[in-house]
Write a protein that binds this ligand. Structure first.
Ligand SMILES: NC(=O)C1=CN([C@@H]2O[C@H](COP(=O)(O)OP(=O)(O)OC[C@H]3O[C@@H](n4cnc5c(N)ncnc54)[C@H](O)[C@@H]3O)[C@@H](O)[C@H]2O)[C@@H](O)CC1
Ligand SMILES: [K+]
Length: 491
């Protein structure tokens, strides 16, 4: 696999255009199908050496074509193979018809497939060309196979998963492994597609990388390659002020835990100084729990304005445990010209009146990161959330454009998007990261990166990735406190 394609995400529409470009450039399209089918048969033999029988289910398009190539190759290797077709194989066209004609195995109608113990199902029904819900006949087989619990090897995508959005179109296979071609698709990483893809193998079938990159947009998997250039300057030997001063704004005395988590995470993640800005009633409880994090009394907007005269205060976290209301709105609007992570209550405070927030962000020239989970996203960006035609990536991109802020749209498939349209999908977070207080820790890590001078998009992407690594280190029994202790070095 070419390095240039390592982290790229390509939508099905872009992939179709790449196919056409490849054909136009003189590449034999059937040779691509042969490579694809051979890769599937190799994966089948490698992953399921004890299979008693491979049941190859072939659909009406080129995904089915890959299936016929794979079936023939498996049979040539001496495997026991049965082939079933959705629709009339005589209706196949082009490369798929060629592949079918070259496969001498008898082909049954799909309804006749009865799962047997020892079967491995090779799913070549639909791939990138799926454009609507699965037809009933396919649905019946998908449900029969899913109920059987047999392992499924998916060709390109588990049939029924929309490669653009990751949504289930009526029903879908739950694959143990998926072999896709040239580049991963959004549907492999976005939920629920991600949970149904199994392990993902991206196989290079020989389309030149330049044809792929020419059509692909600014969409990537979130890996260190995205932000490592900006992380390299985070040298632990730097004078502490160069590592920035992060301020976390605390809520009242009954809700201080969340902000202390953010502050502790900010310190651990590398901010030079961290101060918890606390209202008077919470000073006592905050003081009794803090050591390395400093404490400052900030009662109201006038106090904050006075404190902001210190220009070394360069990054802020506002939201965890802060409380929803006018104070949150007033404070936020004063902080937009620095670097600000607006989380939880901070965002919810602008459910009505978001226009003012977005205008201030646009005018301020600061680095603002909004970190909504699904519920918060629906509250702040209701019309975008309700648009069923948009994938999670497109929703995050639309929200970033509207708000002029970097959006961290959280979930098991967190998407980070910039107002420019640039976006990455995170893929390293284990399921146990969804623990109480986990979002507060993330806000603190983003704040630490901002304090150290990383641009907002890279700061957010690096923090989301680091948060995922943190959870892996902390293990399955992770709590917010053990997450903080396990934040790994970034650079
Ligand atoms: N990307 C590439 O460069 C290559 C792609 N290949 C394969 O080609 C596949 C894409 O082929 P196609 O574009 O033919 O698409 P598919 O084989 O995924 O789908 C077949 C056709 O079924 C129809 N269809 C879509 N949704 C349907 C539904 N719910 N019910 C009934 N019919 C439906 C559409 O007209 C679609 O073109 C990829 O998934 C991959 O497996 C390979 O052959 C090798 C080269
Ligand atoms: K498939």
């Amino acid at each position: 696999m070419s390095d240039a394609l390592q982290d790229i995400l390509v939508t099905p529409a872009e992939m179709a255009a790449i196919d056409q470009d490849a054909a136009r450039s003189g590449i034999d399209s059937f040779s691509l199908m042969r490579s694809a089918g051979m890769a599937v048969s190799a994966a089948a033999l490698r992953l399921f050496p004890a299979a008693r029988r491979f049941a190859v289910l072939c659909g009406p398009g080129n995904n089915g074509g890959d299936g016929y190539v794979a079936a023939a190759a498996l049979a040539r290797c001496g495997a026991n193979v049965v082939v079933f077709a959705l629709g009339d194989p005589a209706m196949l066209k082009g490369d798929a018809a060629h592949a079918r004609n070259a496969c001498t195995l008898e082909t049954g109608a799909i309804a006749a497939y009865e799962p047997q113990s020892g079967d491995v199902v090779v799913d070549a029904l639909f791939g990138a060309g799926l454009s609507r819900d699965l037809p009933d006949e396919a649905r019946t087989i998908v449900e029969r196979v899913n109920e059987s619990g047999l392992p499924v090897l998916a060709v390109d995508l588990p049939s029924g998963i929309d490669g653009h959005s990751g949504e289930v179109r009526g029903a879908s296979f739950i694959a143990a492994h998926t072999v896709t071609f040239m580049a991963a698709k959004p549907g492999h990483l976005l939920m629920p597609g991600r949970a149904r893809t199994g392990t993902l193998e991206v196989f290079d079938i020989g389309i030149p990388a330049r044809l792929v990159t020419a059509r692909s947009g600014d969409l990537r998997v979130n890996t260190p390659a995205i932000w490592k250039r900006h992380a390299a300057c985070l040298d632990p030997g730097t004078h502490k002020y160069k590592r920035g001063h992060l301020a976390v704004l605390s809520g009242g005395q009954m809700s201080t835990g969340a902000t202390r988590l953010s502050a502790a995470a900010g310190l651990r993640a590398g901010a030079g100084l961290v101060t918890l800005a606390s209202p008077a009633d919470a000073l006592g409880v905050n003081a009794s729990h803090l050591t390395a994090v400093m404490l400052k009394e900030i009662r109201n907007a006038a106090d904050l304005a006075d404190w902001l005269k210190d220009k070394r205060l360069n990054a802020f976290v506002l939201g965890p445990g802060f409380g929803v209301g006018k104070k949150a709105r007033d404070f936020t609007l004063m902080l937009c010209d620095r670097a600000l992570v607006l989380d939880a209550d901070g965002m919810t405070s602008f459910q009505q009146g978001r226009k003012e927030l977005f205008e201030v962000i646009a005018a301020s020239g600061g680095e603002v990161v909004l970190t909504p989970h699904e519920g918060e996203f629906a509250r702040l960006f209701s019309e975008i959330a309700a648009d069923g035609a948009l994938s999670k990536i497109e929703k995050a991109q639309a929200a970033a454009k509207l708000s002029h802020a970097v959006i961290v749209y959280k979930g098991p498939d967190t998407v980070i998007a910039a107002p420019s349209g640039r976006a990455v999908v995170n893929a390293n977070a284990p399921p146990w990261l969804a623990t109480a207080g986990s979002g507060d820790v993330l806000a603190g890590i983003i704040g630490a990166h901002l304090a150290q001078g990383m641009p907002a998009f890279e700061a957010a992407a690096a923090a989301v990735w680091r948060h995922g690594e943190t959870a892996i280190r902390a293990g399955r029994t992770a709590t917010a406190e053990t997450l903080v202790e396990n934040i790994p070095p970034l650079a």
